[in-house]
Design a protein around this ligand. Sequence first.
Ligand code: FES
Ligand SMILES: [Fe+2]
Length: 380
Amino acid sequence: MPELPLSPADLHAVLAPLPAARPLPARAYWDEGVLAFEQAEIFGRSWVCVGREDEIARPGEWLLAPLTPAGVVVLRGADLEIRAFHNVCRHRAATLLDGACGRLSQLACPYHGWTYELSGALRAAPHAPPGFDRGAHGLLPARAGALLGFLFVTLDPGAPSLESALGDAPPWLTRPELRSLRRGRRVEHEVAANWKLCVENFQESHHFPRGHPALERLTPCGDAVSWGRGGPWLGGIMDLAPGAETVSTSAGRGARPLIVPEAERRRVRDAMLFPGLLTSLQPDYLLTYRLTPRAPDRTLVVADTYFHPAAFTPGFDPADVFAFWDAVNREDRAICERQQRGLRAPGYAPSTYAMVEDGVHAFDRMVARRYLSALGARTR
Ligand code: FES
Ligand SMILES: [Fe+2]
């Protein structure tokens, strides 16, 4: 049974109805024990998004997911099945693959040359003793699957199926057309802040007027409405301001086709999948941010932008989208890092949620419930 690094009283204070609730204590954002607990009990027990299904479309294509220090290899088998393995040789534990992604026909350890099939089975083990059981020394598997065009991995052998764990997704992400979106760009950055601060920042828009004046002009925060069904997804819906076609430096979408139904073209819909996938569906593109905690005060963010496949014509130039979000993401990074520094001030203690922070509260409740259920404590 893991030791609880936060007190049950603090956790129950988060679970109270919003006007009476108290945010998570400051140490939840900087304590090493908290992160170790969250790695084991939150990230280690959830289905975690590791990319899009088409990143490993062909047999032998693989990507390396940063779910553990060694990484988890997610690959497409010769039989087109999606599989995941710990990136660790069964001989003497050298890591197998380097880099972000690639394609191969077998996995070969760079140390002494043990080789593995795409199925994970051990093919060759040079100088193994007579009678060595190759069948018992395949790569260590993790569970993997695809849903809504995304790839997921869980390190928990006892986790419910992917479909039952994540099935109740926001309706705007379940349209089959979205599975064929194509990635226009990937950027990665590190934020010097706890991963939960990054999610909380995403979960509210009342920092827009001060934090993102340009974004506030296109999607005013006064129109924001929260969405949730009690599962691991939380959402938020905003309307585009009059005259704006999309969120970009030009406020126009040029020749980019819509990726939402015509009737939805004036809406922006955000969704967070607990714990670390943030999505934002714009009329003509989808943004995703995958968060991986690196340290209590450091978070890796992988940000992808997807467009309709028909957008990729010779003149396709989404610089107006990229420039807009680069600026917004810089602004969010700065504010989260400012908050991270403040959380270490002696005597600081959390006060209250603003009444428009129901999305932040809903996320913090998910965190608090995971803590309490990890201990088998009763939650309200
Ligand atoms: S550690 Fe991989 S072959 Fe020895
Ligand atoms: Fe923001």
